[in-house]
Write a protein that binds this ligand. Structure first.
Ligand code: UDP
Ligand code: MG
Length: 342
């Protein structure tokens, strides 16, 4: 039996019953207090006519704007809502991983908590899944985000991910996705890996597809993503896929990089020798050249060390076998009676 039937007990959690639902909607929340009421209402509206048994799992990722309190309050009136409050801000992927861990649905849908994804699309995703897929990824065909800082990097990223993983979908970054829960049961997520789920799932033999979904400009609060995240996504892409796929023994790359730096050093040395003896130039008046060599060598060395660290970090995460987040509290509808009971 699937281990996610019986979520482990985490500090502060209520005993989770092995209830099986049709659907879990998982929403990471970081400083989205103004969006929460509309979001919950929209999710409920989109699902009320489907006849599905469902739960909404909102993960508060250490918000500082009262989102956690807002979520707890909402659990008092929305029986389907469970609020998982993390101890601090861990990032979108760990928050989603927490949601996946507690989800009891046979199907899991993830979406953003800022109303940029449209909950009204959920039934369409589910219908697509029923056609015989394990994962349906949303495609924000008309994405409402800044062109230069968001759309362009994501276009490049999607193209690259397609090239490297061989799984060509248009919009890896779209959080609105539907998954069969077995698929997520033993996925080990960290970093920015939630975006790569279609590729990771495909490698595991899952049937995946995509479908166009709506997208809205942010109404409240602000985006938590900048170019720094784009870089982290690139590092995940590089270390997780590139190294695993093309370099069975990844440490070899350091050998190549070392060799390359040695060759560059030799060439520069030869050039300097040539300049000194054939052209009669003095080497002392060439600070720029020395600087170039220094930068080259230290740059390469630091790059290798960085990669090594990156790999170590990943090995560490993968060997830990425990979640990369800590739960402070779990709030749900019946918790009021539970906590006031003598
Ligand atoms: N998010 C999170 N933890 C973080 C950053 C973001 O849980 O550290 C959530 C955020 O509240 C939102 C979703 O992840 O529900 C996507 O974030 P955002 O809207 O800032 O990303 P964008 O839409 O700009 O790509
Ligand atoms: Mg957003």
């Amino acid at each position: 039996m699937n281990s996610s039937f019986f979520p482990q007990q985490t500090e502060g959690s209520l005993p989770s019953l092995p209830i099986r639902l049709d659907l879990s909607v998982v929403v990471p929340i970081y400083n989205e207090v103004d969006s929460i009421p509309q979001l919950l209402e929209a999710i409920q509206n989109s699902l009320q006519d489907t006849g599905l048994s469902y739960e909404i799992i909102c993960i508060d990722d250490g918000s500082r704007d009262g989102s956690a309190e807002q979520l707890k309050e909402q659990t008092q009136t929305i029986p389907q809502l469970r609020a998982i409050l993390l101890r601090r801000n861990y990032g979108q992927t760990p928050a989603m991983a927490a949601g996946f861990h507690y989800a009891r649905g046979q199907v899991i849908v993830s979406l953003d908590g800022d109303l940029q994804n449209d909950p009204a699309d959920i039934p369409r995703l589910l219908a697509k899944l029923d056609e015989g897929y394990d994962l349906v990824s949303g495609w924000r065909e008309k994405r409402q985000d800044a062109a230069l800082t968001r759309l362009l990097p994501s276009k490049i990223a999607n193209w690259l991910i397609g090239k490297i993983t061989g799984v060509k979908i248009h919009d890896y970054g779209c959080s609105l996705k539907a998954y069969r829960s077995e698929l997520l049961a033993d996925m080990n997520l960290y970093g920015e890996l939630h975006r790569f789920l279609p590729a990771l799932a495909f490698i595991e033999g899952a049937r995946i597809t995509e479908m166009p979904v709506g997208h809205h400009a942010r109404r409240y609060g602000e985006s938590k993503y900048g170019l720094g995240r784009t870089f982290r996504v690139a590092m995940d892409l590089f270390t997780v896929f590139f190294m695993k796929k093309f370099l069975t023994r990844p440490m070899h790359i350091f050998g190549y990089v070392g060799l390359l730096s040695w060759v560059v050093g030799v060439l520069l040395g030869l050039y300097l020798t040539f300049a000194k003896f054939a052209l009669g130039e003095s080497l002392e008046g060439r600070p720029l050249l020395i600087l170039t060599i220094l930068l080259l060598l230290t740059g390469i060395q630091l790059f290798s060390i960085g990669l090594l660290g990156e790999l170590l970090m990943r090995t560490y995460h993968e060997s830990q076998g425990r979640p990369i987040y800590r739960v402070r509290e779990i709030a749900e509808y019946r918790s009021r009676e539970d906590t006031t009971a003598p």
